[in-house]
Design a protein around this ligand. Structure first.
Ligand code: 5AD
Ligand code: SF4
Length: 546
């Protein structure tokens, strides 16, 4: 019997990618995956530490597992990702239910840790002299702060690079029975920006840039598996820069090195050339060398690092998406400085104007869409500071924004330096005011699209159609009669076949599959739709035929 694993992922796209790679490794070793935590021998949570809210969810999940473990003492519980790295051994002390902890920089060691934990628990439980509650099979792999020490950086990255490279060996979703058309590819790991509120530089370690050839090979491999949309990932993705001469080799793997401080702004990279692959070079190479990729996207960008070279490459390469996610975090220069963001509002706006100058071409069906992040209630934020953020939100005209209430994170600079002095109700009200303003802008941007035609990537059923299918499936299992009596079943003949798709500017478009066409045959394909209606969250459209 294969051991069955339940894996739940919290947080960002980087975590989703880590979970996918971990699943691939475990599947190759004979583990099977189950969507039901109660049926699993191993329960894993891949966690996020960026905001307190995400951690609270994991604490409550772990609390729920206490009873399950009493009933099934052989159950192995693992906490992966940033929360494991940040909380370290104290998490295990507080939550004895946890057997395995594995930081994001150590995930290649997970199979070994799990195997040890499963065997140790089974062995101890078989010992008649030990009672189940005493059984402890703890295993941990954490970087501590070693990833920021240059002497150990190369070694740490060597094993990490192996995790990404493992895709070549195992992690094909096709093996899991679900061929997919869209995939993430990591290009940088870690972060060196040290924004004062942020745990990422501590949990994911120093910034390193993967060798371009590894990235291109991975894109080719995915394209061979049928993937047509790739999203490049990095905490500051547009800071990518690989110096070929400076690479070292450890254990047969070419080591990425830290990027040289990049000047950003209008500047093209002054050292660009044969020995350096810039972000602009990387985009161009993937576009040209992997033509089967119909859509190339990237997140998340750092406002200061967009040279004109990158904007030109996006403009001149039709399969690179016109979508930028560029967090501003605040519209107040005073707060941007306390946050250590390294730019002022004027520079951010200058970048937006420049990006739109290069890339906003609605007349060609290619408007540039930008989304942003804001933190409200950062320590000392006054009404005037908040108004400045509102001003920036209105001037930037984001297609959507992710708005967060500041939460002090242990280990960050801000928690030590600044008192969390904005009351919760003020944070909440600023959050709501900002969301309402953004909704209005999103609505306006949506309405500007009505009548335009777009190529869209069909992602799956719309939320409405998915809910309806789920209801129908329940009705079928309860009654077992719906289909027998000719009622609607969760099959292709069901009337509700509304699909959800995205434009290359990341706008969501819902539309009905054309009559006579099965919805599932369109998923993962590109097609043209004309926009017929708009709201703040999504557009509606009709397929353009012929
Ligand atoms: N509190 C609130 N929001 C935060 N973010 C990062 N750290 C914090 C924090 N301590 C937000 C930022 C970032 C996004 C991923 O999460 O807006 O861009
Ligand atoms: Fe965190 Fe700032 Fe790095 Fe983004 S750029 S991951 S907010 S430290």
């Amino acid at each position: 019997m294969p051991r069955s694993v339940y894996l739940e992922t919290f947080g960002c796209q980087m975590n989703e990618l880590d979970s996918e790679l971990v699943s691939g490794q475990l599947r190759a070793l004979g583990y099977a995956f189950t969507p039901d935590p109660h049926a699993a021998d191993v329960v894993l949570y891949n966690t996020c530490s960026v905001r307190e809210h995400a951690e609270q969810k994991v604490w409550s999940r772990l609390g729920e597992l206490k009873a399950a473990k009493e009933q099934r003492p052989g159950l192995v519980v693992g906490v992966l990702g940033c929360m494991a790295e940040r909380d370290g051994e104290s998490l295990m002390r507080r939550m004895p239910v946890v057997d395995v902890m594995c930081g994001p920089g150590e995930l290649d060691k997970l199979p070994m840790l799990l195997d040890n934990a499963v065997r140790t628990r089974a062995g101890l439980l078989a010992d008649p002299d030990i009672s189940a509650p005493q059984v402890s099979a703890r295993q941990a792999a954490l970087q501590g702060n070693t990833s920021r020490r240059s002497a150990t950086l190369a070694a740490a990255q060597d094993t990490l690079e192996m995790l990404d490279l493992s895709r070549a060996t195992f992690a094909s979703d096709a093996d899991a029975g679900t061929p997919r058309k869209t995939a993430y590819v990591r290009i940088t790991r870690g972060c060196n920006k040290f924004c004062t509120y942020c745990v990422v530089p501590f949990t994911r370690g120093a910034e390193v840039h993967r060798p371009p050839q590894h990235i291109i090979d991975e894109c080719k491999l995915l394209a061979d598996q049928g993937v047509i949309e790739i999203t490049l990932l990095g905490q500051t993705v547009n800071h990518y820069r690989f110096e070929h001469g400076a690479a070292v080799t450890v254990g047969g793997v070419v080591q990425p090195q830290k990027g040289r401080a990049y000047q950003g702004g209008h500047n093209r990279d002054p050292f660009a050339g044969a020995n350096v692959t810039t972000f602009a070079d990387l985009l161009r190479r993937i576009h040209d060398e992997v033509p089967a990729i119909a859509r190339l996207r990237f997140v998340t960008s750092y406002p200061r690092d967009f040279g004109d070279d990158v904007l030109e490459v996006i403009r001149d390469h039709p399969r690179i998406c016109r979508y930028l996610h560029v967090p501003a975090q605040s519209g107040s220069n005073r707060l941007l400085s306390l946050m250590n963001r390294g730019y002022e509002v004027g520079e951010y706006l200058e970048f937006l104007d420049r990006a739109r100058g290069y890339l906003h071409q609605p007349e060609l069906g290619r408007p540039l869409m930008v989304s942003g992040d804001f933190i409200v209630g950062f320590p000392t934020e006054t009404d005037a500071d908040f108004e400045a953020s509102m001003d920036l939100l209105r001037r930037a005209r984001y297609k959507n924004s992710f708005i967060f209430k500041y939460s002090p994170r242990p280990g960050t600079v801000a928690i030590d330096k600044f008192e969390d002095d904005v009351p919760e109700d003020v944070k909440r009200s600023r959050n709501n005011i900002m969301l309402a303003a953004q909704n209005q802008i999103s609505d306006e941007i949506g309405r500007e699209q009505v009548g335009r035609e777009f190529e869209v990537f069909v992602e799956g059923l719309s939320p409405r159609a998915r809910k309806r299918r789920a209801r129908e499936a329940v009705a079928l299992t309860i009654g077992g009669r719906a289909q027998a009596q000719g009622g609607p079943g969760p099959d292709e003949s069901s009337q509700d076949v509304q699909l959800s798709a995205r434009t290359d500017g990341d706008l969501i478009v819902l539309f009905d599959a054309p009559p006579g066409v099965t919805a599932s045959s369109l998923v993962g394909r590109l097609m043209r739709v004309r926009i017929s209606g708009a709201g703040p969250l999504w557009l509606t459209g009709v397929p353009v035929t012929g």
